[in-house]
Design a protein around this ligand. Structure first.
Ligand SMILES: *Cc1c(COP(=O)(O)O)cnc(C)c1O
Length: 409
């Protein structure tokens, strides 16, 4: 770990091999310290022009544009597969939301393989638990909650379908994707991995890990824009046996022959449903490209260095103020954000945003998440944010924020 003076953070920025990527993102307020790229990534400069082009193409080409647009979900899926996810061509499809994709893959497994116990961990993201609760209610299945992803084995004494997050959204804990995938395979269980907090932040090698099914967001570390279409991954060997529960015309063989009975195409396209959002997909492609250009190894190396700096500053400055670390201390066990916990975390987080121009986010009951996005987060951003945080709490400024929750935290 580096020293803790600002000059040390400046030296790390000066030596940062990814430093040039920062200029490729819009920074509308240079005084703000944005540590919430794990919730919504920044706008790549290239995406502005790209969206303008996409809108022009709509205006000029109208329905004729579909010739070029129609394969966008698989084309961009292939770029994501190769540059970010360690998947093969024809294994990743971009479209719909993470929630919908998760439902599609879980229902596809249950339809193909019969009733199974549903399993997830108590700390998993709410939408993941809700999708499983809904499937359990609709199909009369048991939903078993284990304490942590590592406890998966305890729920595999019956045929199971598990949903696990690669990086836990609250603590940032990184699950053992290859290890748990192997365990599930040995025990005859299926796992759908949620990569929302790892895609673009942590190297994911789906094929090497033996992962069969996955979903994830593109608007977090992949910088695809608010509500950008998500992705799904189905290992090639599994595709023919599975069908989406939504029988839509974009998954139909010979789509434009219109009057035939439903028969899904071979390959990943069978997990599509309706007309893809072409404008939004253009933005996803720019986000994926910039990530692939930087390379996941370089991104991970910087991410670890940035989160190590947060942990060191937490220990030196925040722990004496009553904070506790809410993330694993070992860098190999965490993703690209660090949670710091404090009984007054909610008002501290509000005060940071309103009074100090630091943007983290709050996750109940007592965590402030500090997310680092290596393509644009500088070491000095981390240093300044933590410096403003300690000063604010030392002065008791968080006691000055108006109570009452905003709709979005
Ligand atoms: C952000 C996130 C989601 C979001 O799902 P949407 O359908 O895009 O709203 C789902 N799962 C995890 C683990 C997330 O972090």
């Amino acid at each position: 770990v580096a020293g803790l003076r600002r000059a040390d953070a400046e030296a790390l920025d000066a030596a940062d091999p990814l430093a040039a990527f920062r200029e490729r993102f819009v920074d509308a307020d240079e005084d703000a310290r944005y540590l919430d790229g794990n919730s919504l990534g920044r706008l790549p400069v290239a995406t502005r022009a790209r969206l303008r082009e996409a809108v022009e193409a709509w205006g000029e080409q109208l329905v004729g544009g579909w010739e070029a647009w129609i394969d966008a979900p698989t084309r961009i899926g292939n770029e994501l597969a190769e540059g970010v996810l360690g998947a093969g061509p024809g294994e990743v499809l971009v479209g719909d939301s993470t929630t919908v994709n998760l439902y599609k893959l879980c229902a596809a497994v249950l339809d193909a393989e019969g009733p199974r116990r549903l399993v997830t961990d108590r700390g998993n993201f709410p939408t993941d638990r809700y999708v499983l609760e809904g499937l359990a209610a609709a199909r009369g299945l048991e939903l078993r909650l284990v304490e942590r992803p590592e406890d998966l084995g305890s729920a595999l004494d019956a045929p199971a379908l598990a949903v696990l997050s690669h990086v836990a959204y609250r603590s940032g804990a990184l699950a053992d994707l290859p290890g748990l995938s192997a365990l599930a395979r040995e025990r005859g269980a299926r796992v759908v991995w949620d990569l929302s907090h790892s895609a673009g932040a942590v190297p994911v090698d789906l094929r090497a890990a033996g992962a069969e099914l996955a979903v994830g967001c593109t608007y977090k570390y992949l910088n695809g824009g608010p509500g950008a279409p998500a992705f799904l991954y189905v290992a090639r060997e599994l595709q023919a046996a599975l069908r989406s529960p939504i029988w839509g015309w974009f998954a139909q063989a010979d789509q434009f022959r219109m009057e035939r009975d439903y028969e899904p195409v071979d390959g990943i396209g069978r997990f599509g449903a309706g007309t893809p959002p072409i404008l939004a997909l253009a933005a996803v492609q720019e986000g994926v490209r910039i990530t692939a250009q930087a390379g996941m190894a370089a991104i991970r190396a910087k991410s670890v260095a940035l989160t190590e700096l947060i942990v060191a500053l937490h220990d030196a400055w925040l722990a004496p103020l009553g904070f506790a670390l809410g993330s694993p201390r070992e860098p190999e066990r965490r993703g690209s954000h660090v949670a710091v916990r404090h009984p007054e975390a909610w008002s501290i987080c509000r005060a940071l945003i309103e009074r100090a121009k630091v943007v983290p986010d709050f996750r109940g009951p007592d965590s402030i998440r500090l997310g680092v996005a290596p393509l644009y987060t500088r070491f000095t951003d981390v240093w300044d944010a933590l410096d403003r945080l300690r000063a604010l709490v030392e002065r008791g400024e968080h006691r000055l924020v108006a109570p009452g929750a905003s709709r979005v935290t």
